[in-house]
Design a protein around this ligand. Structure first.
Ligand SMILES: Cc1ncc(COP(=O)(O)O)c(C=O)c1O
Length: 412
């Protein structure tokens, strides 16, 4: 748990919090969309272009060697952060979306999926973990099956058990729901899947878990884990795909070009080994460099401490909401929720609430949260979503709640 002084220190690392919106101090509760950026990222970004700018791997000059060194250092710190076996299993992409597309693209280009094979996703998925699979199923004449949800807005293990069959080849699910904040019981889910068939490829969309809970891909026993660095206080345009070496080695390259080859003639190319085989072209060098320092900063604070602190925030707001009869809280009985909370106000449009909160400098997300099928299933017109980061405070929640009550009174 953070002390008051520690929270002040953390907030001081994020220059954006000195900003006022409409004359009010910024209250940023939209961390699931993206997190704010610490000074170490902002300063290192400038440092990189002042001191190190160069292309990587292909050169022998001082700048290039240094930049290459930092890229590999970053790969290594990520490997340790999620407890992968080897640096070779860490691939740099553009984000979670590209990481999932990479897997789909590779599966589209090899012959391990046959007509009528099945891919399973859940109702809780973000569009990024639905549309690529829909596309692949259409292209390869596969069947897309959906795991249902239970009353706690978590996936139904009964539904999972029922739909896995001997034709199931891939299961791709989110770790934390970006709408409700429910944490899926991944260990249990993996156990159920592996007991049915240990060869099913299991993919975890980690976009919403990476900044909130410690990740250990080895103990989770999954095959892939994808996340975006901008959701963990890092830069835009960078994502990570962790993949088991055994599977990545079977995959064909995703994109073709420089950096991913051993040798090229006009007739034939021999591709290089992991992870570069999946990193054609010039990588996002500066972002990778900056992300190294972001992870160092998070390691210093410790992801376990972040997790404990954010649980305190979520429980605090949940208790306020539970006392208010105007608030429809989704997943109120869910003890597994993370630092995301979705709600609606009876008889008031969620968009109106978002606009009014904005007047007081409060940033939340309203609408469908890139989860149209889920909203349709629940027959709701979107929600108001609050999502915390490690810099949010109880005082901010109090202010937010004060203004929320004022808005409800005004709009009722
Ligand atoms: C669960 C989930 N998956 C995937 C994504 C897509 O992430 P990105 O847009 O960074 O690729 C998001 C973004 O909000 C998400 O919440």
């Amino acid at each position: 748990m953070f002390t008051k002084k520690e929270i002040i220190n953390i907030r001081n690392q994020f220059p954006i919090f000195s900003k006022k919106i409409n004359g009010y101090p910024l209250i940023y509760f939209d961390n699931s969309s993206t997190t704010q950026k610490p000074k170490c990222l902002i300063n290192k970004n400038k440092y990189y272009y002042y001191n190190l700018n160069s292309n990587v791997y292909r050169n022998n000059c001082y700048l290039s060697n240094k930049s290459t060194f930092y890229i590999e250092k970053c790969r290594n710190i990520i490997k340790n952060f999620i407890n992968a076996n080897s640096k070779k299993e860490i691939i740099f992409t553009k984000g979670t979306t590209e990481s999932i597309n990479l897997i789909c693209n590779c599966l589209n280009n090899i012959n391990i999926l046959k007509k009528n094979d099945e891919i399973i996703i859940s109702l809780l998925e973000h569009h990024s973990n639905i549309i690529p699979w829909q596309y692949l199923c259409k292209k390869k004449k596969l069947i897309l099956k959906i795991i249902n949800i239970n009353k706690k807005y978590n996936i139904s293990l009964k539904s999972l058990k029922n739909i896995i069959s001997n034709k199931t080849k891939i299961i791709s699910i989110t770790h934390i729901s970006n709408v409700f904040g429910t944490i899926l019981p991944i260990k249990k889910i993996v156990e159920i899947i592996r007991n049915k068939n240990k060869n099913i490829i299991i993919i975890l969309d980690g976009a919403q878990s990476i900044s909130h809970i410690p990740i250990n891909v080895k103990s989770l026993n999954i095959d892939f884990y994808a996340f975006s660095t901008h959701k963990i206080y890092g830069p835009y345009g960078l994502g990570i795909l962790y993949g088991k070496k055994k599977i990545l080695n079977q995959f064909p390259p995703y994109q073709l070009g420089g950096s991913m080859i051993k040798s090229v003639t006009l007739n034939k190319t021999i591709y290089t080994d992991l992870p570069k085989k999946f990193e054609a072209g010039t990588p996002n060098i500066c972002s990778i460099f900056c992300f190294l320092y972001v992870i160092k900063y998070i390691n210093k604070i410790n992801i376990y401490n972040i997790n404990i602190y954010e649980k305190k925030l979520i429980n605090f707001i949940k208790n306020l909401f539970l006392k208010n009869k105007n608030i429809i809280l989704y997943g109120k009985n869910n003890i597994h929720s993370s630092s995301i909370l979705s709600f609606n106000i009876k008889n008031i449009n969620n968009f109106d609430i978002g606009c009014m909160l904005n007047k007081y400098g409060i940033c939340v997300r309203t609408g469908y949260h890139c989860s149209h099928p889920l909203m349709k299933y629940l027959n709701i017109n979107g929600t108001i979503r609050i999502s915390f980061g490690m810099y949010n405070t109880i005082e901010e929640i109090d202010k937010f709640y004060f203004f929320l009550l004022k808005i409800i009174k005004l709009l009722k």
